[in-house]
Design a protein around this ligand. Structure first.
Ligand code: AMP
Ligand code: TRP
Length: 334
């Protein structure tokens, strides 16, 4: 057994992932990888809480796996797997649902946002979604969950549920901590810097997909909404410029304030063309490698099969413990 602390995180294959997913989540996983024992999941069961086209879901799942590896998640250091391959996630989720209050779920902002858009045809999984997320995390005795800012509230719920179970039965679950990066935790839309960058944005110019070509990236950055101040400052008064500075600072590994200093006395045009180049060059290797992995389905199959096997070993032990504690009769093999 390794005495390293444990990380669990996941992304939904509900479309092509964006620069926001990359800077808010994926790139940080790579940085934490050596220090921790890691589980990185492709949460396909979460993705179906909004309608998916089966063919696209299959494609996006394999693409996300390719992007994990292309970003630097090393299958020899991390357990990479697909959520639907490890049935214990939904099984634990049912147990946890029986201890979750409707009021708690009703307060989740992601649910409130998505349900506001969905009108009357809401499915119940959209409501219980955070409980499945809690079970993802708690099955692996996770210490740390690296995610973007928007997931903090879900993490709070995971902690509450773990504590509730431990109090009601006895110490079982580790209480996970959230990890959000200092810069990049909330990458904003290029078209409306008051909204987070999202792969479900109707306006394609609002987000950069990890698979966008250099030309497309450059065009989108040049079209990014800014302001009429005309000076490159790192300030809340200039959210469009601030967003671009944050993004570039992550690639350049300098503070956004220092980056702004480079543009003293220069206009937005010059800043935007540099920003476009930094982002395009930063994403190019990930895109190219991901395309290579997409052409090697046998390799991808090997990674996700081994990952599921390793994950299930851990998850099944935790689930048996939980079932026993709540009073279910252990199944006997005959
Ligand atoms: P999702 O696409 O909802 O599965 O999100 C996967 C991960 O990316 C989560 O950790 C999110 O917090 C993170 N993420 C999504 N959008 C952004 C964004 N615009 N800025 C920063 N992180 C994000
Ligand atoms: N809910 C997360 C999102 O929308 C994805 C997710 C599901 C997740 N299970 C997780 C993230 C477990 C971290 C840990 O972004």
């Amino acid at each position: 057994m390794s005495d390293k602390k444990i990380i669990f995180s996941g992304i939904q294959p509900s479309g092509k992932i964006t620069l926001g997913n990359y800077l808010g989540a994926l790139s940080n996983w790579v940085e934490l990888q050596d220090e921790y024992q890691n589980y990185y999941c492709i949460v396909d069961m979460h993705a179906i809480t909004v309608p998916q086209i089966p063919k696209d879901l299959r494609e996006n799942t394999l693409l996300l796996l390719s992007q994990y590896i292309a970003s630097g998640i090393d299958p020899n250091k991390s357990t990479i797997f697909i959520q639907s391959h490890v049935p214990q996630h939904v099984e634990l989720s049912w147990v946890l649902q029986s201890m979750t209050y409707m009021g708690e779920l009703g307060r989740m902002t992601q649910y409130k946002d998505k349900s506001a858009k969905g009108g009357e045809n809401l499915n119940s999984a959209l409501f219980t979604y955070p409980v499945l997320m809690a079970s993802d995390i708690l099955l692996y005795s996770t210490d740390l969950v690296p995610v973007g800012e928007d997931q903090k509230q879900h993490l709070e719920l995971s902690r509450d549920l773990a504590q509730r179970f431990n109090n009601r039965y006895s110490d079982t679950f580790k209480i996970p901590e959230v990890y959000t990066p200092k810069v990049g935790a909330r990458v904003m839309s290029l078209q409306d810097p008051s909204k987070k960058m999202s792969k479900s944005d109707e306006n394609e110019n609002g987000y950069i997909s990890l698979m966008d070509s250099n030309d497309v990236i450059i065009k989108k950055v040049k079209r990014a909404v800014t302001d009429s101040v005309g000076i490159v400052n790192y300030s809340d008064e200039q959210p469009g410029i601030k967003n671009l500075l944050d993004i570039c600072s992550k690639f350049e590994k300098v503070s956004p304030q220092d980056l702004a200093l480079r543009y003293q006395g220069k206009g937005y045009g010059e800043f935007k063309s540099d920003a476009a180049e930094i982002i395009a060059q930063g994403l190019r290797p990930v895109r190219e490698k991901a395309n290579e992995y997409m052409n090697d389905k046998a390799y991808l199959e090997e990674i996700y099969s081994q990952g599921a096997q390793k994950a299930e070993e851990v998850a099944s032990k935790m689930l048996s413990k939980v079932y026993k504690k709540i009073g279910f009769i252990p199944k006997k093999r005959i």
